[in-house]
Design a protein around this ligand. Structure first.
Ligand SMILES: [Fe+2]
Length: 181
């Protein structure tokens, strides 16, 4: 499983703290264990159903792009703002990797073997299920906050700097697909 996860998420290596790297890896392992989705499915299915049937960008391509954009943004903010607005890179990268981990519980397979949205996600959207998975794996509150606040629900809370970065990295790579110009 760990080998499989390293292949799925090479970005796990960017987390410097070994404990946080392990907690982050374990959370994805737990989600995959509970999910009907396999790593191959995640590299194949479109990342959103809201952009029409022709979207070819995969779930993993989108999730990994968000992590890369968040990391670059954090590095630039640290470079230009320094102690005025410190970004904790480990917390940022772990949170970006985990932001959508709860989505793995939102899918069911229908009779044709296709992945469709299931009932569970209607009751507990992925920011909630993601926090639940992460807490079971010992992920600290600063990272759970990013999972909890990365989507629209997070507009109701005061976001940490790292949560703002992940939120914007996520939405800047989603809205242009959803609202094609
Ligand atoms: Fe999300």
């Amino acid at each position: 499983m760990i080998e499989e996860l390293r292949k799925l998420w090479p970005e796990l290596e960017w987390i410097k703290d070994p404990d946080l790297r392990e907690q982050t890896t374990k959370t994805w392992a737990l989600a995959l264990k509970k999910s009907v989705m396999s790593p191959e499915d995640l590299n194949k299915i479109p990342f959103t159903l809201l952009a029409g049937p022709d979207l070819k960008v995969s779930f993993m391509a989108h999730k990994r792009a968000v992590v890369h954009i968040a990391r670059e943004s954090g590095l630039k903010m640290n470079e230009f703002f320094g102690e005025e607005l410190p970004v904790n890179m480990d917390i940022l990268i772990s949170g970006a990797i985990l932001a959508d981990v709860g989505k793995l519980l939102e899918y069911e397979k229908n009779n044709e073997g296709e992945s469709v949205q299931g009932q569970y996600g209607k009751y507990l959207r992925h920011p909630f299920s993601g926090v639940s998975l992460a807490e079971q794996c010992g992920v600290p509150a600063e990272v759970c906050h990013i999972i909890a606040a990365h989507a629209a629900e997070g507009d109701l809370v005061k976001r940490s700097t790292e949560a703002y970065v992940v939120h914007h990295a996520d939405f800047m790579t989603f809205l242009p697909f959803k609202n094609k110009f």
